[in-house]
Write a protein that binds this ligand. Sequence first.
Ligand SMILES: [Zn+2]
Length: 686
Amino acid sequence: MEKIKLIMALSAIGISIIMTGCNRQNTISQEISESTIADVINAVTISCKPTETVGTPRGQSFDRIERGIRQAAAMWRAEDGSAEDFKVFVLQNTATTEEQRDSLFESLSRVVERLYESADMLTVELLKPTQLTNAGEPSQIDWIMSGYSASAHLTDDLFANKIAFITILNFPFYTLEEKNTLGQKWTRRQWAEARLGDVFTSRIPANVQAKHSQALADAENYIADYNICMDRLRTEDGKQLFPDGMLLLSHWNLRDELKANYADKRQEKQEMIYQVMQRIVRQEIPQSVINNPDPVWYPFSNKVEGADDKREADCRYQKILDVFHAMQQVDTYCPNMPTAIIRNFEGEIEIPAQEVEHLFRELLGSEQVKTVAAEISNRLGRKLRPYDIWYDGFKVRSTINEDALSRQTRQLYPTPQAYKAQIPAMLQQLGFSQSDAEDIASHIVVEPARGSGHAWPSLGRNEPTRLRTRIASDGMDYKGYNIAVHEMGHNIEEVISLYRIDYYMLHGIPNTGFTETSAFLFQNRDLQLLGYGEQKMNREAILDTFWGMYEIMGVSLVDMQIWQWLYANPKANAADLREATLKIAANVWNEYFEPVLGEKDCILLAIYSHMINSPMYLPNYPVGHIVQFALEEALADKKGSEWAESYERWYRLGCLTPNEWMRQAVNSRLSVQPILNRVAEQENKE
Ligand SMILES: [Zn+2]
């Protein structure tokens, strides 16, 4: 399920920060005065003789020249030179003819590709011992080097040698709104120039960056070590429900164990896990029972035996606050994207927060939720409980016996090389021509992973994309095969959106949801690739995805509202944040979940660990499903080569904004209507 997404450090670590320069930032003094800027703009326009006044990334327009100068001025610091130095620099480095600009564009694109690619190749090499099983046992040195970043100082270096300023001057940044509106008329080259303008949009001091990374790393360590010893839990009458030695990480393992208990209808186990989750969210959980196999804990009465019962002191909320405070420091350097919320939605996901929220609320409040809930209640033979947001009874898997499938996959795929050899045939199954299939496969290498597997993208056209998969000594079992096909879906997207694209600056996809969509398009056809008939999403799979979206959209709304609350209450302490989170979770619950699952003021939606170490990342999941359904709908009547042609055309669009990508791919905006329609259709097919 994992695509290793490299955060390349030409932009800041994990954050896109935008400074367009018109607005002065209060706490950083701008080195270049307004009168110098006016003076420089005047001098440059005389030498460039612009012919257009309307803004496009291309063409010697007034708008672009002024934009570039203002954005460069906003980034200029005392260490870069005096105001006079700035003026001379701008006059010497602004391309005055289209030919000069073309050649600058070519050079900068080539440099960016080589820098990204080389840093990535070095990282791949250094990580091999810790990631692959065929590179020897990792030494202490390998572990140390696995945390090394080859590009950590790149941004500083490129500002120091003025490459960043030359880029900003000639290829300035355009806002999301401008990309979505002006961009509808841009050529591919104009889009590529606009993406070049996204490369140097931040210049955060190293100490601020370090604090930000540290806060996220601390939050990550906190959640990575938050285990519950399930064998030490007791019901009020002293019963142990979970097997000896069972250790579950919050929230992932707790949720998955809860899901697993639908198969054997062990509702008392589910009630116990639900109780544990509520204790965690409310921070009533005794500190002594976290990651500690000694004390016995009664989650219902919250009694502890063998240790003291002092509650965990709002650590959960303190971690979120620490991340927030680090983000506030970063805000100082982002006059035009001055909050983490704006940077996340307009900079990373590239869909405004209000639009995301609107999409989610439309599905959450739909009639379809009620009908699917009624069906689940019917299948369970009982009234629904809050934890049924994780109902896992839809029969998504095929009816073909899994052992038989594993026998087949073990025989077909004894080694990574055997899998690699079959990729062209699999692509041909889906309608790619023999030559396309062979060409795409030639850019993919298959390697044996230590973990469950992942896809590692290539960042330049001298490098292959990597499919890492786990194969046991007796071959690849069906579960491993299913994951490998998902990861291969990432690899194929990566090859098409890099090797088959017209401009390097447009390589890739709009946001992380779009590559997950590609992974699922392939994973949902895993049996077809084994030679069984054509596979479409069946009724159970549609209902399962819908119910999953309902859950994760609720969770995402809570995550988003916590951050809105933080910005509205910047002086809050951890206890304030705890109370606010409980209130937010209860409100979302009461509005969209209580009507079908009961239990007023339930706070279950606040359990996700992502909220602590990856603020506002959760909305990416449902956005991915929204895209997936739109594409599946467009593929519904495609046969043979039409399927492959549509797929290839879509993923050659590259990293447009999500809305522009959808417009060019399927002539629609992001919408929850396709999934709502398909769920409504299912009601008659029961
Ligand atoms: Zn994935």
